[in-house]
Write a protein that binds this ligand. Structure first.
Ligand SMILES: Cc1ncc(C[n+]2csc(CCOP(=O)(O)OP(=O)(O)O)c2C)c(N)n1
Ligand SMILES: [Mg+2]
Length: 669
């Protein structure tokens, strides 16, 4: 059936908005938005259960534009369907402080569920959104009371499907049978460098997804609304498997010259081509950013959204009356906070005992389990090693939404999926865990968690060369510096069991961004807090742990090097008669957030003799030790040997700290 006039006019409006906005911005990606205008039109006006006047409605369908470069498509749709995104914003596409940045930004624009652009991330975020939906549905739905029941739609491109992270995510989504996923693959056979004949023609993408356990359909014409409609309906009806719809499209359709060219991906069409395309569509080429009144009316979804939401609200109220306890629980988890009482439940560890901080973390997880009932997560096939699990919480599987998600060996997807879970709402502090060394494998997702300011937790154990016998491939070196370099990520490396408790407290309480914990595999002494300052100092990022008097020398250490620095400081103080201070600095970012007065109190500017002790790259330490200071650090790879020996030989022992501290004192004074 040919499209009706109003359908076609609406679709062409999306196309012209995309062309005009990109032309105005002088760069960006018009082609995909033009080609997928029919799909966008269908999704936003017929399929998505959303409410433009309340973009945060909890049971809305989620839409993820994994091909974030095509965001002008989404911006046009948001504008046309009645979100709070004015036409003016489309005219200011990609400009300073506009709500229409070059890629969709979750923290900025109403209706954008996740930040996308780095290809493959959105694909995996969607899997996280579906996991959250599954978890909350099982927790809150009761027979005849379905209050959590939504789909996750995504549009992905060739690039998305080429990226490894999408393969990882597709694999686990198939394994878990995430039937609420409805993904559309834009099979336009074009990427930036040319056609997919260059690098992506051999594999059969549909067959690949079938092999992952997905339900796969093909639509041969992206302009065929009926075919698209029936494919989406079929995909929605498939509840046991995630769905992929492979849609053959022609980039930049119907531009007479740009269509099917790689150029249409990343460059504005040019005034002349825009005019000619408008003529092909039967539009007045002189009109720019034109939205016909009947299109504005036809596409507006505000009323439909209000009705959808009201209908849900009625069901929600009935459910609340029937299950007041559940309702209370729902409100609590949607506050994004742990339940009150969690602070009192946190363990305290007696001094003296040698303990791995990963084990302290495990004890914390046992203690807080019932205070964060929607906290889910797991390790990338290393749960035994990272000591992360909610015992008794069950395993997340095809048949049961347990709290322990077996990510398999898929760090990158784990990161991006955890972000998706965190973005959903109602899920307090989802987490992902692995060895610190493999934070590299998930770094793009960690970066995005920080950029989006999503409340998630990264738990990384085996946090130094103290990891030992596995050797340099498994020993983090530059990782502390590299992670500290990510803005808005709080990287915490606690010194002992009690600092670990406070690190967890910080993690559970933070709003507005991710927290990462670096925990040891080797045992460290639990410091005697009657002799040193309380572990609560963690909350300020750095604190004076111990001192013999008004300091001549400051030793600054993190994590497993703190006790070494502390022992060394006592020796220097007693042997040299100098006054030594030890600063435990588990989290640079938190320390930076403190007042200048506090920072100067901890690190008085007039004390120039400062020595940092940390088993990682020296990069960045100048900031804290100053030009006169020194660092015991690692600017080399580690070695395969017992962990204690590696630390010992690489200089993280009391004798060496004493020697370097003494030398520094002589040099500086
Ligand atoms: C991880 C990542 N690598 C590279 C890019 C740069 N980039 C943006 S789009 C794109 C590929 C474009 O091809 P496709 O994904 O098929 O999108 P289409 O042009 O067909 O819309 C690339 C390489 C990116 N955004 N993310
Ligand atoms: Mg493509």
């Amino acid at each position: 059936m040919p499209n009706t006039d109003i359908e076609q006019l609406s679709i062409d409006t999306i196309r012209t908005l995309a062309m005009d906005a990109v032309q105005e911005a002088e760069e960006a990606h018009p082609g995909t938005a033009m080609a997928l205008a029919p799909l966008g039109y269908l999704l936003y006006t017929r399929f998505l259960q959303h409410s433009p006047s309340d973009p945060e409605w909890p049971d809305r369908d989620r839409f993820v534009l994994s091909a974030g470069h095509a965001c002008i498509l989404q911006y046009s749709l948001l504008h046309l369907t009645g979100y709070n995104l004015a036409l003016e914003q489309l005219k200011r596409f990609r400009q300073w402080q506009s709500l229409t940045p070059g890629h969709p930004e979750h923290f900025l624009t109403p209706g954008i569920e996740t930040t996308t652009g780095p290809l493959g991330q959105g694909f995996a975020n969607g899997v996280g959104l579906a996991i959250a939906e599954r978890f909350l549905a099982e927790r809150y739905n009761r027979p005849h009371h379905e209050i959590v029941d939504h789909h996750v739609y995504a549009i992905c491109s060739d690039g998305d499907l080429m990226e490894g992270v999408a393969s990882e995510a597709a694999s686990i989504a198939g394994h878990l049978g995430l039937g609420k996923l409805v993904y559309i693959y834009d099979d336009n056979r074009i990427t930036i460098d040319g056609t997919t004949a260059l690098s992506f023609d051999t594999e059969d993408k549909g067959a690949r997804f079938e092999a992952y356990g997905w339900h796969v359909q093909h639509v041969s014409d992206a302009n065929d609304l009926d075919a698209l409609t029936s494919a989406i309906e079929t995909a929605r009806a498939e509840t046991a498997r995630p769905s992929l719809i492979v849609v053959r499209s022609h980039i930049a359709y119907p531009a007479p010259n740009a269509q099917d060219t790689a150029k249409a991906h990343g460059t504005a069409l040019g005034e002349e081509e825009v005019r000619r395309t408008k003529e092909v569509m039967g539009w007045d080429p002189d009109l720019k950013f034109h939205v016909p009144v009947q299109v504005a009316e036809h596409m507006n979804q505000v009323q439909r959204g209000i009705e959808l939401e009201q209908e849900w609200q009625r069901r929600f109220e009935t459910w609340s009356t029937a299950f007041p306890g559940l309702r209370e629980d729902w409100d609590q988890v949607h506050s994004g906070k742990p339940r009150t009482g969690f602070l009192e439940a946190l363990p305290e560890f007696p001094p003296g005992e040698m303990m791995m901080t990963r084990d302290a973390g495990k004890k914390v997880m046992e203690a807080i389990r019932s205070y964060v009932p929607t906290m889910i997560g797991g390790a990338a096939d290393l749960a035994e090693s990272t000591r992360t699990a909610f015992e008794g919480g069950g395993v997340f599987s095809r048949i049961h939404a347990g709290r322990n998600v077996p990510w398999g060996v898929r760090e990158h997807a784990m990161g991006a999926i955890v972000n998706g879970i965190g973005l959903h709402g109602g899920m307090v502090k989802p987490y992902g865990s692995t060895f610190l060394i493999f934070s590299d494998y998930m770094r793009p997702a960690v970066r995005l968690s920080a950029l989006m300011g999503v409340d998630v937790l990264w738990v990384w154990s085996h946090d130094s060369v103290g990891r030992g016998k596995d050797g340099p491939t498994h020993q983090p070196i530059e990782h502390y510096a590299a992670l500290r370099a990510i803005p808005n990520l709080w990287f915490i490396r606690p010194a002992d069991a009690n600092e670990t408790v406070y690190a967890w407290k910080v993690a559970l309480e933070r709003h507005g961004g991710p927290v990462a914990l670096a925990l040891t595999r080797q045992k460290v002494p639990t410091l005697d807090r009657s002799e040193v300052a309380p572990a609560q100092g963690v909350e300020r990022g750095a604190y004076v742990l111990w001192e013999s008097g008004d300091p001549d020398l400051i030793l600054i250490a993190t994590g497993s090097e703190v006790w070494v620095a502390h022992d060394a400081a006592r020796r220097v103080a007693s042997e040299n008669g100098m006054n030594v201070r030890v600063v435990s600095m588990p989290c640079w970012e938190l320390f930076e957030l403190q007042s200048a007065e506090y920072r100067d109190e901890v690190l008085p500017p007039d004390v120039k003799a400062r020595l940092s002790v940390e088993a990682g790259a020296s990069l960045g330490w100048k900031r804290w030790v100053g030009d006169h200071g020194d660092s015991i650090a690692l600017d080399r790879f580690g070695a395969s040997a017992p962990g204690e020996e590696v630390l010992e030989r690489l200089g993280f022992n009391v004798d060496n700290v004493v020697a370097r501290a003494t030398a520094l004192l002589e040099r500086v004074s």
